[in-house]
Design a protein around this ligand. Structure first.
Ligand SMILES: *[C@@H]1O[C@H](CO)[C@@H](O)[C@H](O)[C@H]1NC(C)=O
Length: 528
């Protein structure tokens, strides 16, 4: 998320005791209130001696212990590894300050993070299993950290544990409830327990929304960051494919998969982007987009001014008349005199993407065929790199599933995507045809609309444009936009061409600061 959004009212009274160990007595004795806390505000609290990383980790661990039995956002925790890393971060910070204004501590120094359960975190002394929600992968040991985890650790982040997801990132079989896995159970929307948390990065979004951790990392093939961010009222950044490394991550499609964030988004993005020899082609290509000086410079309160935004009204903004969504979006786009965004409207145009019905149909577009073939290749390659593992191939996993049926109410869904994927044989004529079709849909779709209209970004509600943005590896940022009449959050999404993160950050941040829609969940519906 962008600075203010996802953190919320969290009274840090309990942290005072832990902070006392390291902090100046007077400061530590005072109650520390972490309200709408961000990476910046935590860093300030560290610097002022009001909080230590160890204190913060302890606080989050007790918050997870209290909330997770109801929310099912976490798969595994590594308290010992996290506390040891927190102590190292506290020591590094003391050294940095006592060293007399030498180098400041790194960007995420001492900041706790949860990574999605498809991302390998092997280092750091802990023994987290990356399982993609599957029991078949329990006990597998990655040979090393995923590329993004390596970058997070180098930025000083403390890996607290893994966040839950839909099993196999929603790619086990159609119909399985969003946010469910045999390892973590059913993830719950913290705003409305009966509503979907959406998926597949459900745990990352729930945990960020409910303040179970400062920073969460998710992944997206097609909708898996945008949708849970939207339904849990946190900011999500789905970066251009290749901007973040997929090495050590269980992915479905190298064409579409990207690692991003569903919490303090811009700081985290800055920490995780970059070239990785283990995901060389994509990260080399995309590293040209990384701006000198990083991404935080684009947190510009006036960032919407002068931007040309294409509103995909016909395709995406279809709400029942009188609904909260319709009112909120009309306020922003239609009623100039009523809107704080008159400058936002000057250049806004109504646009239509050609072939949107095909783009939204994974079978017709070729997306499904490509995903099935790419998943097998990616998964088998990931499994072959593990130090130890009870399973070494997709075929082993299918056998495991046959021998260990999932819980009864899920059994009807089977594992048809896994079976169809196993039946593929690399990138052959079918897949090449699919790639050509997807490329054409991109060229005649988003690429053309953006170019002809000289747009800075397109605007769509929630995750509705997920396939449009997935098929070309394009970036998107979702920002909380409101709460429906039943209390379920919804978002606005800004998307653009590859490498347009600086522009999207300016637009999204400026929108967020002007609207400040995010409210933390009250959690009143949960017995905790
Ligand atoms: C990882 O899995 C092993 C079982 O093979 C288990 O003993 C260990 O506790 C797991 N790690 C965590 C952090 O839960």
């Amino acid at each position: 998320m962008l600075p203010f959004a996802a953190r919320c009212l969290l009274l840090l009274l309990a942290a005072a005791a832990a902070a006392a160990a390291a902090a100046a007595d007077a400061a530590a004795a005072a109650a520390f209130e972490l309200e709408e806390a961000t990476v910046d505000s935590i860093r300030r609290a560290f610097a002022d001696g009001e909080l230590t990383s160890r204190g913060l980790v302890e606080l989050y661990l007790s918050r997870v212990a209290a909330l997770d039995p109801a929310l099912h956002a976490v798969v595994e925790l590594d308290p010992d590894g996290a506390l040891a890393a927190a102590d190292r971060a506290d020591a590094a910070r003391r050294l940095a300050y006592e060293g007399g204004g030498a180098l400041p501590p790194p960007l995420l120094n001492g900041i706790p993070v949860l990574v999605k359960d498809n991302i390998a975190a092997a280092g750091g002394g802990g023994a987290l299993n990356a399982t993609c929600g599957s029991l078949a992968l329990v006990g597998s040991r990655p040979a090393g950290d995923a590329g993004v985890v390596d970058r997070l650790r180098r930025a000083g982040a403390v890996v607290l544990g893994t966040a839950s997801l839909s099993e196999w990132c929603n790619f086990r079989a159609p119909g399985i409830p969003a946010g469910w896995s045999p390892r973590a159970g059913q993830g719950k929307n913290p705003y409305v327990p009966s509503a979907t948390p959406c998926a597949s990065s459900s745990g990352s979004a729930i945990a960020a929304a409910a303040n179970m951790v400062a920073v969460t990392i998710g992944t997206e093939t097609d909708g898996s960051i945008m949708c849970p961010s939207s339904y849990n009222s946190v900011v999500g950044i789905k970066p251009t494919v290749g901007l973040t490394s997929r090495a050590g991550v269980i992915i479905i499609s190298p064409r579409m998969d990207t690692v991003g964030t569903v919490s303090d988004a811009v700081h985290v993005l800055e920490a995780i982007v970059g070239y990785d020899p283990r995901d060389a082609d994509a990260t080399r290509m995309a590293s040209q987009y990384i701006p000198e000086g990083g991404y935080r410079q684009f947190l510009n309160i006036d960032g919407l001014r002068g931007k040309r935004l294409g509103i995909l009204r016909k395709d995406f903004f279809q709400f029942p008349s009188g609904s909260v969504q319709q009112k909120v979006f009309d306020e922003h786009f239609n009623t100039i005199s009523f809107s704080p965004f008159s400058w936002f409207l000057d250049d806004a145009m109504e646009l239509k993407i050609p072939n949107m019905n095909i783009i939204n149909d994974a079978v017709q577009s070729g997306e499904r065929a490509l995903m099935l073939a790419e998943f097998k290749l990616s998964l088998n390659s990931y499994l072959s790199e593990l130090a130890t593992s009870p399973v070494r191939s997709l075929s082993d996993i299918i056998d495991f599933n046959n021998k260990h049926p999932v819980e009864e109410r899920m059994a009807e869904f089977g594992q048809s995507y896994l079976l169809q994927s196993e039946a593929t044989d690399g990138i052959g004529p079918t897949e090449k045809k699919a790639i050509a079709k997807l490329n054409k849909l991109c060229e005649s779709g988003l690429e053309k609309i953006m170019r002809v209209n000289q747009l800075d970004a397109i605007v769509s509600p929630g995750a509705s444009a997920h396939s449009l943005l997935a098929i070309g590896g394009y970036p998107a940022i979702t920002v909380p936009a409101g709460y429906a009449s039943n209390g379920v959050p919804f978002a606005i999404c800004f998307g653009g061409l590859k490498g347009s993160e600086p522009t999207l950050i300016e637009i999204a941040y400026s929108f967020e600061q002007a609207t400040k829609v995010r409210r933390p969940p009250t959690l009143q519906h949960f017995v905790i």
